[in-house]
Design a protein around this ligand. Structure first.
Ligand code: CTP
Ligand code: MG
Length: 262
């Protein structure tokens, strides 16, 4: 099946606070997070994941965009597929929508049968090949959407504001528990998330056309498919597919890199 990989790498990394786009933030070995992500994609290909095109969303600002493109230029030979860089948007969902349009162009139309897309966060830079493989296998078996998920270790509470009239600064003190969903029925989900490309293009277009949409609330692509009424299959994720979000995650990445063979 023709398959494109869309890598979301256009974010600013506010919570990491590295003073540069997160894709450029160095891991313990001094190499950019995105360079590690491209290594992980190359390892997945070597392990059997098939990719016909790669699209990388890069920061829209000219300086950050140029620096991220340079990381892609350095890594593209390892990917073994054509690579296009596309400027991202204000929110992740906006970036992915631009990436899907580029994937649509890169794969071309007119090929009979489904076209697949894997949407991946550059920030999940150390994702093992098995996660890519599990998602692609589910698509090949006919799933319209397949996402990796891992069981939760924390108990999760649904909370509400105890006093809607509270001043904004007081709000965290005024939360109260509404309920506790049974933990066994929850999964923390990761990327790559795999989809039928045409179904995901249509689902993104539908939410964009909805005046009530809040792009910032669309934190993954499966949500967009759920809103369009599609079934989403869940396949095993992996602890090492965690997202580098805060400085503590860099310590975890350093520990992982130290224990992986060079
Ligand atoms: N992303 C993107 N375009 C955006 C926002 C995010 O391509 N407008 C990408 C990020 O580069 C990242 C992935 O989506 O690889 C997951 O987003 P997140 O972890 O939230 O990264 P940032 O938005 O960069 O971080 P923060 O929210 O802390 O600013
Ligand atoms: Mg973000």
């Amino acid at each position: 099946m023709p398959t494109a990989l869309v890598i979301a790498a256009a974010g600013s990394g506010t919570r990491l606070g590295a003073g540069m786009p997160k894709a450029l933030a160095p891991l313990a070995d001094g190499r950019a997070l995105l360079a590690h992500c491209l290594d992980a994609v190359a390892a997945a290909r070597d392990a059997g994941t098939s990719l016909d095109a790669v699209v990388v969303l890069v920061p829209a600002d000219p300086d950050g965009g140029a620096r991220v493109r340079a990381v892609v230029a350095e890594g593209r030979a390892r990917l073994g597929a054509p690579v296009a860089c596309v400027p991202g948007g204000a929110e992740r969902a906006d970036s992915v929508r631009s990436g899907l349009a580029a994937a649509d162009r890169a794969l071309g139309r007119g090929v009979p049968g489904p076209r697949h897309v894997l949407v991946h966060d550059a920030a999940r830079a150390l994702t093992p090949p098995a996660v890519f493989a599990a998602v692609q296998e589910a698509l090949d078996a006919g799933a319209v959407a397949a996402i990796p998920g891992v069981p939760l270790t924390d108990t999760v509470k649904e909370v509400v504001l105890a006093d809607a009239g509270a001043a904004p600064g007081e709000r965290t003190l005024r939360l109260t528990v509404r309920g506790t969903p049974p933990r066994g029925g929850l999964r923390a989900v990761q990327t790559p998330q795999g989809f039928d490309l045409d179904a995901l293009l249509a689902a993104h277009e539908a939410v964009r056309a909805d005046p009530a949409r809040d792009a910032a609330a669309l934190t993954d692509d499966a949500m967009v498919m759920e809103a369009a009424g599609h079934a989403v299959a869940v396949v095993p994720g992996h602890a090492e597919a965690f997202k580098v979000t805060t400085p503590l995650d860099l310590d975890l990445a350093a520990a992982l890199l130290a224990r992986r063979p060079a």
